[in-house]
Design a protein around this ligand. Sequence first.
Ligand code: ZN
Length: 297
Amino acid sequence: MVDLYAALGVDPESSIEEIKSAYRRLAFDNHPDRHVGASPEEIDRLTAKMTEAVQAYEVLSDQSLRAAYDDRRLGRGYRGPEVDRPRDPGPGECMICGWGPARQIQLHQGVGMILRRQKSVMGGMLCKFCAKSMFRMVQNSTMIKGWWGVIAFFANIGYILHNLTVLSDIRSLPAPVPPPAPLNTPLPFPMPPGRPLLARAGVWISILAITAACSLAFGRHHITPGGASQPAISVGMCVDGTAKSIGDPVDCSSTHFAKIVGIVSKQSDCPIDSDGASKETRNGPQPGKFVCLKLMS
Ligand SMILES: [Zn+2]
């Protein structure tokens, strides 16, 4: 077999530009006009060399002919021209299944690990079905793993909201259709959408995580229907207030309105030393009871 690369004086790794310029140089050097007065033997030698170069150039300047030649030269089986193999998906075609239309989707996945946290971005050019499947996977994982840490907790709320805006982009995509010929993709058809988010653990773990965070933040305070937090009262506490209603608990060593000496069902049950009772009208732990008060003297 004739070595076509040697005929042009180039390496097998040469680019198409290097092959073109080697051929131009040979054609220029061996042109008969540059060898006026050469002997007939010399002319024959130049012609043979030029014929060889033209044949080599014809094969090596054509991408599929060159690939086939390389396969034979290296003892590999003939693959057939490049165009017979499935092509990679292009713009608007799903990178997972090749179906279209597709668009760029970027989902955020959070993992909280108490002291450090990790965010990864998942996605790519995806069709509606593959994007929806990936959304459910990433959102569920974030809702399970993303809460564990103070900064992670707040970052995670951001990720979840971001992913929800991406979901509305996904919903706006039309249902995908397959390409005319199969493409070079990991799957020949879209990913199955999987179970809906509400049927997965993430949503319920999120509700637990947020509830736990709220009760940590509000401590022993409880929340009234009005939304304001009000401290509980108990016997022995000192409170601010007026003769009509008692106010917030205060330190007994500072100026206060009264001390709570009893919390009873009937006003007549108040201890003898109490100066009066105020009906517990708050949404406290003992609504409807009477708070027996000893006024500060
Ligand atoms: Zn797809």
